[in-house]
Design a protein around this ligand. Sequence first.
Ligand code: SF4
Length: 370
Amino acid sequence: MRFMDEYRDAGAAREYAAALARTVTRPWTLMEVCGGQTHAIVKFGIDTLLPEGVTLLHGPGCPVCVTPLEVIDRAIAIAEMPGVILCSFGDMLRVPGSHQDLLSVKAGGGDVRIVYSPLDAVKLARENPEREVVFFGVGFETTAPANAMAVYQAAREGVANFSMLASHVLVPPAIEALLASPTCRIQAFLAAGHVCTVMGYTEYEPLARKHQVPIVVTGFEPLDVLQGVLMCVRQLEEGRAEVENQYARSVRREGNAPARELMREVFEIVPRKWRGVGEIPRSGLGLRAAYRAHDAEHRFGVAATEVAEPEECISGLVLQGLKTPHECPAFGTRCTPEKPLGATMVSSEGACAAYHRYRRQPAAARGGGS
Ligand code: SF4
């Protein structure tokens, strides 16, 4: 616990805030890409420590939130098939599809199970050879290596009744898409430390150069975020646009080579639709043809269905940093974590859920600052 306390020290946080106040000469708008960082920012009130004019926008870095509705519908359709055991991580089970969620399928008699690792799903397949075991695999570059390992092992051991419904997304193409938008007002990014633990940060270097935006690889504790913000603001004030690494205790420039190798073996880059954002070219990972036997989409032939996003949910705008959860009329009334309308309220990493848990009222109503 002492190790964690070092990164939550209130005195050190005040020193970073003071250093920021001394550095800032004009307003700057930054985006933290990762939902884990959003959660830390709202939980610890990090944004309230920033000097006036330094604004943090919350980005699309919550994997559950950006999983398209039609993919959730596909998972539900598979889970309803006889003889299927559908496994996923807990948050995914509560995300509403067009008409219901996976927990409702479970309540209706479907065999839907929470697992803590994709390898648990492979084990389940080994133990239940007469059943079809499907792992619903979503996530960023962080979870992709473990998911790749599950498919690789199933293929190597001939576990023919294991398959994966894969909906992985990649961060750098999303940053590129945000920067290319005419409504973009982001001047620097805090890149997600855990993604870079796997991928390194060489992919970010051409992005920083091309768009002239500082990108700072940042961790998840309060002091990590504050230091990341300070490093971004220093670059902005000095007219630099480089990739810097705040999270050097976990991240190396080249990332984790064996993990990336495994990802390359099992997955290929594909276009991917992001919920609320739309399709982004080369922003997803799908199973390579060599692993088609373990591709649930191919195996079960689940067709694309008509999707119906709730009209009043503005989570797409929240995910792009264009609105805050407080600006949604349904926030905290018709939409709560117990009865969510959109994915950003379901997932524990979602911006709406973070605001609902830690900050139910807008700053003005609380009489506070940012
Ligand atoms: S509060 Fe609910 S309805 Fe509103 S944007 Fe967030 S998830 Fe969507």
